[in-house]
Write a protein that binds this ligand. Structure first.
Ligand SMILES: [Zn+2]
Length: 153
């Protein structure tokens, strides 16, 4: 069988929800809609559950007097979800990395923290006060040296 393509968010969320815990089909439908902020039709979710079942990614158990179906990921299915998450992670990381700032002094990558300073009318970012001071000092030294030179000449 070719690799299963998870080409839309409804499917992706359905898998994530099943990864959390086994769920009834209807519960899954409601929860996917809730997380996506968009009501899902049974036709969007149930055929996908059947596909998962055919691939032995989910097992189905009928419980209660109303014989409600509970879907649970098999070890194989959990492995599949983890591989999806890894792929997603790589994509996300590449995209996040392209938007990350680096420290103006040591060039390390700034994630959440970081210090913003205005130096010579330009906003610059630093990882810590030490780096900020290091740049400010070297700037002051240059300016000082320049002034000093003016005075001398
Ligand atoms: Zn730094």
């Amino acid at each position: 069988m070719p690799e299963l393509k998870v080409s839309n968010f409804s499917r992706f969320f359905a898998l994530l929800l099943l990864y959390e815990k086994p769920r009834h089909g209807y519960e899954l439908l409601k929860e996917v809609g809730h997380r996506l902020g968009q009501r899902q039709s049974a036709g969007q979710v149930y055929p996908f559950l059947r596909t998962l079942q055919r691939r032995h990614y989910v097992s189905v158990e009928q419980t209660g007097n109303r014989r409600k179906k509970v879907f649970e990921l098999t070890p194989e299915g959990r492995k599949f979800v983890r591989s999806l998450l890894e792929k997603f992670d790589t994509l996300l990381e590449a995209s996040v990395r392209s938007h990350l700032r680096t420290c103006s002094h040591c060039k390390c990558t700034l994630y959440e923290s970081g210090i913003r300073k205005r130096i010579n009318g330009k906003t610059r970012f630093f990882c810590c006060e030490n780096c900020a001071r290091a740049i400010q000092h070297s700037k002051q030294e240059i300016q000082h040296a320049a002034r000093h030179k003016e005075r001398v000449s």
